[in-house]
Write a protein that binds this ligand. Structure first.
Ligand code: RTP
Ligand code: MG
Length: 150
């Protein structure tokens, strides 16, 4: 199977709790390669763009407040089947329903504070990677002649 890239983001709850290192360890143990990584504070405009599909939902105001409540760690991850495998590693959206051993079960607390984001499809991965790291970053190493990013 070909290499695939996904977008992941450690959310402000996990950053504040000092769990960046623990979460990166879980990610690397599952053989995801960290291609790009940046710690930053989002703006309201960028949250509205990133979570465009949720802007009209009733939970959006609390999601917006939470996402702006501190720094996040944005990443591009690469692996075979990265998108689906990362959703499995994250666990269910609600940490209380997430399976044992998943990132959300281990480091999430209460909605919307679920520690981590991961793209839910190829289309989302491309869109989200492009927002944070530009279009070039969305192309997997296996499709690049001169793969010097990693
Ligand atoms: P994410 O996009 O952050 O990876 O999470 P997801 O795909 O598992 O869930 P999604 O439906 O896309 O929701 C985005 C984030 O909004 C918050 N949320 N709160 N009913 C609620 O109170 C509610 N539903 C969603 C969560 O932080 C969720 O991760
Ligand atoms: Mg989502």
């Amino acid at each position: 199977m070909a290499l695939e890239r996904t977008f992941a983001m450690i959310k402000p709850d996990a950053v504040k709790a000092g769990n960046i290192g623990h979460i990166l360890t879980m990610i690397e143990k599952e053989r995801f390669k960290i291609i790009y990584l940046q710690m930053l504070k989002l703006t309201e405009k960028s949250v509205r763009l990133f979570y465009a599909e949720h802007v009209e939902k009733p939970f959006f105001p609390s999601l917006l407040e939470f996402t702006l409540s501190g720094k996040v760690v944005a990443m591009v991850l690469e692996k075979e089947n990265a998108i689906e495998d990362f959703r499995k590693l994250m666990g269910a959206t609600d940490p209380k329903k997430a399976a044992k051993g998943t990132i959300r079960h281990t480091y999430g607390t209460e909605m919307p504070a679920n520690a981590i984001h991961g793209s839910d499809s190829r289309e989302s991965a491309k869109r989200e990677i492009t927002i944070f790291f530009g279009e070039f970053a969305a192309i997997p190493s296996s499709e690049k002649r001169n793969a010097k990013e990693y």
